[in-house]
Design a protein around this ligand. Structure first.
Ligand SMILES: [Zn+2]
Length: 482
């Protein structure tokens, strides 16, 4: 739902604000990164005396001449932004273990950008989704006041906090169950972003029918919920052609008539992880006020078995005019994306398109849960995405495509089938999407099936919905050279 840690920079930075204790940040070699000189030396003595292990996440409360000191262990001293975020996650875990809920942090001896990353890592780690618990466990709201002489700490943190707004939105959307987050409700979340300056346009089933989006509409026809396409526009870059992001938003995927097995089907509430990432990224781009034109498009459907549902063997006509034989109704994400990609190109003629989707289980077979799978028709775009991913710890691994895979999509009665053979399922899925990309259009597809959800704690997130993709897409925009 939100961050359990709030951070502020008191206006009057000369006097220490009221807080229960002073936060003393300590590395595992007992270097102290915050607090005045007297506090630092008292903390060091105490830590040595009690054998305090300042590996990540430990805390110790002590009294001193200047009041209570809360020593928090962050492991190794951070020397990069990513390491500082990880240290921040340890800082939050340590604060969380203490009985104190408010602290003040002064005299930070880290570069401004590292200090800001430390704080944003702590905030990112403090995310929790608790709206369905009726018996509130101990959900204590923590607060940290930061007194920093270098103003850059505050400005860097403001940018990181705007980013986290988008990350948390994506985590919320991914975590929300499908009886509450169906396509129409997803649209309401998107419309709630108008106040950030995003222009929102929504296509309902009538409009999509008129545009010939038979591929997307076929997926949703077995659901009692209406299907939608939502378009978010950020105009920060004058009259330049926009960068475009497209997301798969299958709010629940039963597999349709090609029904999935019962075991683990509950995970399919996050089959809208691509749409969540694009929506979160657009939220962050607007909140950060980027000086670029960016458009985000999400296709929102629910894939259900029903008397009206699409059958295996049905042939549908996509907006591009190409026909598709639907061999397996569980390969539905690509059908949704196909019409989104066509609409995106016809309407916006973007400089490039990146689509994100929890598209195939096969990508988890190939890459495990460490990397997202990256497919691209342009080497420079591929390199930019890989590099952006390394900068924000949202890593992507380039995968192959090509004619040998593409020809597996041959159908006997339509332009293509929606699945290939038994092997290389992530690759044939990417080849399917490429058939909807116009000549000369730079395009990349990122299969995030292994990254949208984490069973355990990761890089500055507590587990569950990760928000993967929000920071990646923002970094791509930040780095973009047209
Ligand atoms: Zn499916």
């Amino acid at each position: 739902m939100s961050a359990y840690l709030t951070i502020d920079f008191p206006a009057d930075q000369s006097s220490s604000p009221k807080a229960e204790c002073h936060l003393i940040v300590m590395t595992e070699s007992h270097d102290v990164l915050s607090g005045d000189e007297a506090q630092q030396s008292e903390a060091k003595q105490e830590a040595a005396a009690i054998g305090f292990k300042a590996s990540g996440g430990n805390s110790h409360l002590m009294s001193s001449a200047s009041g209570l000191l809360l020593i928090v262990g962050i492991g190794e001293a951070p020397t990069s932004k990513l390491a500082a975020e990880k240290a921040g996650a340890h800082l939050y875990n340590a604060m969380r273990k203490s009985t104190k809920i408010s602290a003040v942090m002064t005299s930070i001896s880290l570069d401004a950008s590292l200090a800001a990353s430390l704080l944003s890592g702590a905030m990112s780690q403090s995310y929790e989704f608790n709206r369905y618990f009726t018996k509130k466990e101990e959900t204590k709201q923590l607060h940290l006041s930061v007194v920093a002489s270098d103003k850059a700490v505050q400005t860097d943190f403001a940018d990181a906090e705007a980013m986290l707004k988008g990350v948390f939105l994506a985590r919320d959307l991914v975590t929300e169950p499908a009886n509450s987050l169906y396509p129409g409700e997803f649209v309401r979340h998107i419309e709630g972003l108008k106040h950030l300056g995003l222009e929102i346009e929504v296509l309902g089933e009538t409009e999509m029918e008129a545009l010939g989006m038979g591929a997307l509409l076929g997926v949703g026809q077995g659901s009692s919920r209406d299907s939608y396409m939502a378009i978010m526009k950020w105009n920060g870059g004058g009259d330049e052609q926009p960068l475009a992001f497209v997301g798969k938003g299958v709010c629940f995927d039963t597999g349709g008539i090609s029904l999935k097995p019962a075991k683990g089907m509950e995970d399919m509430k996050w089959d809208m992880g691509g749409a969540a990432a694009v929506t979160g990224a657009m939220c962050a781009i607007a909140a950060r006020g980027l000086k670029k034109n960016v458009v985000g498009i999400v296709g929102l459907v629910e894939n259900m078995p029903d008397g009206m549902a699409q059958r295996p063997g049905d042939v549908v006509t996509s907006m591009s005019g190409q026909t598709i034989e639907v061999i397996n109704t569980d390969a539905e994400g690509r059908l949704v994306l196909a019409d989104c990609l066509t609409y995106c190109q016809q309407e916006f003629k973007p400089q490039m398109i990146i689509d994100l989707a929890t598209l195939t289980g096969a990508i988890i077979v190939a890459l495990g849960k460490e990397y997202a799978g990256l497919f691209a028709n342009d080497d420079s775009l591929s390199t930019q995405i890989v590099e952006a991913g390394q900068q924000v710890e949202e890593k992507c691994w380039p995968m192959p495509m090509g004619d040998a895979y593409d020809k597996m999509l041959k159908s006997h009665i339509a332009d293509m089938k929606n699945i290939g053979g038994p092997w290389g399922g992530s690759i044939t899925a990417a080849c399917f999407l490429e058939r909807f990309i116009d000549d000369g259009m730079k395009w990349a597809h990122i299969d995030i099936a292994g990254k949208a959800w984490a069973d355990s704690e990761g890089h500055a997130h507590p587990g569950g919905g990760t928000g993967f993709g929000v920071r990646l897409l923002n970094q791509v925009v930040d780095n973009w050279q047209s």
